[in-house]
Design a protein around this ligand. Sequence first.
Ligand code: NAP
Ligand code: 3JM
Length: 341
Amino acid sequence: MGYKIAVVGATGNVGRELLTTLSERAFPIDKITALASENSVGRVVSFGEEDELDVQSLSSFDFTGTDIVLSSAGGKVSAEFAPRAAKAGAVVIDNTSHFRMDPDVPLVVPEVNPHAISEYGQRNIIANPNCSTIQMVVALKPLHDLAGLKRVVVSTYQSVSGAGRAGMDELFNQTRAVFVNDPLDRAEFTKQIAFNAIPHIDVFMDDGSTKEEWKMVVETKKILDPKIKVSATCVRVPVFIGHAESVNMTFEKEVTVEEARAALSAAPGVVVVDHRADEGYVTPVESVGEDSVYVSRIREDISEENALNMWVVSDNLRKGAALNAVQIAEALVAGYLDKAA
Ligand code: NAP
Ligand code: 3JM
């Protein structure tokens, strides 16, 4: 016996990773349905090594009898279908930003605030945070417990897979075009992404920050502690998969590098690789297909009292999206859903 699961956005970068993760972790499944737009009806998607699923249309799908929906088809799609699925009795674990800041929707990273899942019943929706927020709060949590975070200043180096399949295609095609001297086509990114870096992810806000930067600020406060001050700069770089972050932290109390390293090494979901030598740190390419959040370059910030720097890397499609959502589903069925698997 298992659960009836639906994956919305099953043909996308995150959706395909959701199917892989559910299969790899042997989530207890009775029936699984792959949903996407009308355009994908007739296509199949892989589920594990052996199985293929026929893609069905989200717009005509009846969620009655579905236990859990894992969704990643953009904010507008979630705004429309998630309340419909929730009303039909399914719990929706949503990967988009649409419901994250709704006070009646828990925003969950299982290593950080698993208890928040208990509030899922208010709307039958649980939100998965932004990829950059997830990997940062997993690394911040043990340090906040140790010495009390006052302020975080983060700069991100985000891969193009965060902008979907089309973002990956654009980096590939532009890179090729540079080599063969073809004109560069641009659609997903606001400037050339091949051999470049773009300090602009999601739309601009009134105060000059971007929405991606705003998400990191407000989501970190909601998940970890509203008292922590956060300043973020989010940059798209020509990397296919894996986000990196340079994180500067100021604490209430003194904290040594050794104490920080010990707390991080003991923390769930974190792997410390920090040898202060060639190859003694993790880069995005090495994080691909891995579940962990990697922390390297832990060092004192000599310009400020009680301050440290670190480098945080993770696979944005795994812990940054699909894995975190599946971990939420695992915690939900283990602790909260009535139906026994
Ligand atoms: P993607 O590769 O472009 O895939 C988009 C998916 O959404 C496809 O399966 C697509 O189906 C489906 N879709 C689009 N419009 C639809 C509609 N009207 N009805 C049903 N399905 C529709 O994008 P991605 O990288 O997987 O990201 C998808 C979404 O996940 C993003 O928009 C974002 O909101 C969220 N996301 C969240 C995180 C996170 O949680 N941390 C990280 C990255 C992305 P077709 O193939 O049929 O078009
Ligand atoms: C990551 O609604 C959309 O067009 C999707 C925009 C998007 C988001 C988002 O805001 O949900 C693309 C990539 C995210 C995210 O995780 O915040």
